[in-house]
Design a protein around this ligand. Structure first.
Ligand code: PPS
Length: 568
């Protein structure tokens, strides 16, 4: 049921004085360091965004939510909000105990009075809540691979809000938004939920939806956790700020929502409705495939395109908020304007740019037309996604000791520096072992640690637009794959296998190490007494036996050119 905007939603915070006292007492309590997702959940529990919840779900409420989308007392609530913890932490507690919940810097945000502790059946939760126990679903993947094995339930006593240093002026609690609407005399408010940058079509559809509902508009983007791979919220908020200027004055506002999405489609839509109701909205735009997680492991959609709308409509009066249908808006070339797709006159030319095409154009620095997006939005996206030839990347050489990795890597570095444009860092095996990994030896464990460190530094360099050239032996396929994954979050990873044969490396024996290894004076020597997994599918394979160093480095440059990473 909707609570009128002159009545605040209940919050879980105590007074300042009580909070100070509790904080002092909490110093002696067992404490749990909250994960980023748990911090998002806690913030919305404490500020009333998850009203009527008073804490993390008890076991009874959890079972009822999982099976029936309702709390044990029958109140509609579609999403299990649970505190997952490690087995050892759970074992160290007694039910009935109070624990301090801390943010990642150790600040105490709340006290949880533990009333329940249980080991959930995660497969059942996945099937019931997300529709399938399939780890292609980001929330199912999280459930099985990130969330702890035990859940704690109980009432929350709020001490302080999680601290945000970014976009402070755009963050509002439900009661702050209610007060704002009341002050402006806004009685009908349509919420628009989004996790993507807004382009012209979105601006048209949201404005049209608000007009049809004779309401004001709240752009309510999620800045907590969204779908992995989404545009980061810093970039998005700068885009939203630009779009906000395009609405007629005093019709529209924007507020940021620190929600951790689950991408649960229909259940998520109902949940979003309840959250928006708590934030004082009267209407909400629900579109095709609302909060969809993408494809399942068989390549099919997890949910039908209108499942979210159907479930929302079924529960509309209980949610206390009216659903506004999302009109798919398309650009009609002859009329140079956006129109609802189902109202376009026959024979008209309809233009569209898909998300994939937009990403391609950004990647390749191609034109993004003004009919599609606002120049200010495109500018922000271009800053975030420069063309490939300006992005950071990593060239990862791997090969036996003495294969020529360092020599080719050095030559490549010099050639890239001659070209200029991006900073180049060489992480050669010997340099790293001297500066980053001086305490490590050559056991599998130590080699893995060494390579993961190189991968971490390379991914940071790549993230910040530089070129990292790595040249360790990196003998294990699994570790190389892990490094690839780390780097590819931020840019291209180019694996170059220097495939010089063992016999040739041993013949060269530049450092005299092969001789010592043969004599057993050096243990665990790669190729002699320790394995080297040949790369199966490297971007490039080079043999220094039959080619000059200069030629090898040139081959790498040609590959980089071909991949669009350096200008031709
Ligand atoms: S690893 O496996 O990737 O962590 O190795 P890396 O950091 O590249 O270090 C390899 C250099 O260390 C010297 N060295 C050995 N290599 C292999 N196995 C053993 N046991 C060993 N002991 C010392 C060797 O000089 C390697 O240098 P490069 O430049 O590859 O010849």
């Amino acid at each position: 049921m909707q609570i009128p905007n002159h009545v605040p939603v209940p919050e879980l915070y105590v007074s300042y004085e009580s909070a100070q006292k509790l904080k002092a007492d909490a110093g002696d309590m067992p404490s749990w360091d909250l994960s980023p997702r748990q911090i998002c959940d806690l913030e919305l529990l404490m500020n009333g965004g998850f009203n009527p919840l008073k804490g993390f779900l008890s076991e009874d409420d959890y079972n009822s939510v999982v099976d029936n989308m309702r709390l044990a007392d029958g109140t509609l609530w579609p999403m299990p909000i649970t505190l997952d913890v490690s087995q050892s932490f759970a074992d160290s507690l007694d039910v009935g105990q109070d624990i301090a919940l801390r943010d990642q810097e150790g600040v105490i945000l709340a006290i949880l009075s533990v009333s329940d502790r249980w080991t959930p059946d995660k497969s059942r939760e996945a099937a019931q809540v997300f529709g399938a126990d399939d780890s292609a679903h980001p929330a199912v993947n999280y459930l099985h691979n990130t969330a702890g094995p035990v859940y704690l339930g109980g009432a929350i006593t709020g001490i302080q809000q999680p601290v945000h240093y970014d976009f402070k002026m755009r963050r509002d609690t439900p009661n702050e938004l209610r007060a704002y609407f009341r002050k402006l005399g806004w009685r009908r408010i349509v919420a628009f939920q989004t996790r993507n940058p807004l382009h012209r079509a979105h601006q048209e559809l949201t404005f049209r939806a608000a007009k049809e509902a004779q309401a004001n508009l709240l752009i309510h983007p999620v800045v907590g956790l969204t779908k992995p791979g989404d545009v980061d919220h810093f970039t998005r908020v700068r885009c939203y700020e630009a779009v906000l200027d395009k609405y007629p004055a005093a019709t529209t506002t924007m507020s940021l929502l620190n929600l951790a999405m689950r991408m649960a489609g229909p259940r998520e839509a109902v949940w979003h409705g309840l959250i928006r109701r708590n934030h004082g909205c009267t209407h909400m735009i629900i579109g095709r495939d609302h909060a969809g997680p993408g494809k399942n492991s068989a390549g099919a959609d997890f949910y039908g395109p209108y499942d979210a709308q159907d479930l929302f409509r079924t529960h509309e009066s209980e949610i206390g908020i009216e659903m506004v249908d999302f009109k798919h808006m398309v650009y009609v070339q002859e009329r140079a304007q956006y129109e609802a797709a189902d109202e376009v006159a026959d024979g008209s030319t309809v233009l569209n740019i898909s998300g994939t095409e937009l990403r391609r154009r950004l990647r390749e620095g191609l034109e993004i037309p003004e009919w599609f997006s606002f120049p200010e939005v495109v500018e922000q996206l271009r800053r975030r996604y420069p063309p490939r030839a300006q992005q950071g990347f990593t060239v990862f050489f791997t090969g036996l000791s003495g294969s020529g990795k360092s020599t080719v890597a050095n030559a490549l570095m010099v050639k890239l520096m001659e070209m200029g444009g991006r900073p180049v860092t060489l992480l050669d095996g010997d340099i790293v072992r001297k500066n980053l990994s001086s305490e490590l030896g050559f056991s599998k464990e130590h080699r893995d640690l060494n390579i993961r460190r190189i991968g971490y530094v390379a991914s940071e360099i790549t993230k910040n637009g530089g070129i990292a050239i790595c040249a360790p032996i990196a003998p294990y396929e699994t570790t190389r794959r892990a490094v690839r994954e780390d780097v590819e979050t931020f840019g291209a990873f180019v694996e170059v296998h220097i495939s010089t044969r063992l016999e040739e490396c041993e013949r060269r024996d530049r450092k005299g190490l092969y001789k010592l290894a043969r004599e057993g004076k050096i243990k665990e020597f790669t190729g002699i007494s320790d394995p080297y997994d040949e790369p199966v599918n490297p971007e490039l394979r080079l043999d220094t036996e039959n080619s000059e160093v200069d030629h090898c480095a040139h081959q790498v440059l040609l590959k980089l050119e071909q991949m669009g990473l350096v200008a031709g």
